[in-house]
Design a protein around this ligand. Structure first.
Ligand code: 13P
Length: 252
């Protein structure tokens, strides 16, 4: 069984006043290596203070995107070495909000993931289908295409995590059914084993989309669900820690 990863994605939320949430989450993180890994991906403006707030605790901090280039004329962008230098351990790559809102293609996602890995960050690569694609029975085809494109050039399966986030489940309160999640996660696992051999079994596959304390007990035990990528519920320390507690109970 892979060590579970409970990851929060704050998206464009969080001011200094919210650092207290990070301190509360840090205080609730278990130092045991058997416990799930705990991660908060915060806005770039909060990274430095978030890293400080998590210092000494079993809480890691991550970014939400990065440039494929290490430096240069990319106004407003942030590079993987910048994230690494400030103390981030992870970075979310190819979230659907960036694929749709910023036109990020699979090729761009792959280049960003390679940059992240080169900077010794773990890339959390997101895939997921739209409601229309699911309705037309193209979910697995879409996921396969995104995986094939987004993993180009990644050689070490230890350097990345996959997050399956059906677009219709993000921020909507609609959760994929256990059968839907199980089917896609098994498909992703088979893809990874086909691509990387047995080490593909060690790649963690997270589910994301309206995950909360109430549905976590149903979702986290599903085969090949190695944790969660949590948006809204990661903004409340109590809710986020409740999901972590559910994952912890599965580990022991
Ligand atoms: P919600 O948990 O708010 O649905 O967001 C999921 C997500 O997009 C995490 O990356």
């Amino acid at each position: 069984m892979n060590r579970k990863l409970i990851a929060g994605n704050w998206k464009m939320n969080g001011l200094r006043a919210d650092l207290s949430i990070i301190r509360e989450v840090a205080a609730g993180a278990s130092p045991s290596l058997q416990a799930p890994e705990l991660l908060l991906c915060v806005p770039a403006t909060l990274l430095g203070e978030a890293v400080q707030a998590a210092t000494g605790a079993a809480l890691k901090i991550g970014g939400q995107t990065c440039q494929a280039a290490d430096k240069g004329a990319f106004t407003g962008d942030i590079s993987a070495p910048m994230l690494a230098e400030i103390g981030a351990h992870y970075v979310i790559i190819g979230h659907s909000e960036r694929r749709t809102g910023h036109g990020e293609t699979d090729e761009m996602v792959a280049a960003q993931a390679r940059a992240a890995v080169n900077a010794a960050l773990t890339a959390i690569i997101c895939v997921g289908e739209t409601l229309e694609q699911r309705a037309s029975a193209r979910t697995l085809e879409v996921i396969e295409g995104q995986l094939a494109g987004s993993l180009q050039g990644l050689k070490s399966p230890a350097s990345f995590v996959i997050a399956y986030e059906p677009l219709w489940a993000i921020g909507t309160g609609k959760v994929a059914t256990p059968a839907q999640i199980g089917e896609v996660h098994a498909f992703i696992r088979a893809f990874l084993v086909d691509r990387f051999g047995p080490p593909g079994r060690g790649v963690r596959i997270l589910y994301g989309g309206s995950l909360n304390p109430a549905n976590a007990p149903e979702i986290l035990p599903i085969q090949d669900v190695d944790g969660g990528l949590i948006g809204g519920a990661s903004l409340k320390a109590g809710d986020f820690l409740a999901i972590y507690a559910t994952a912890s109970a599965l580990t022991v």
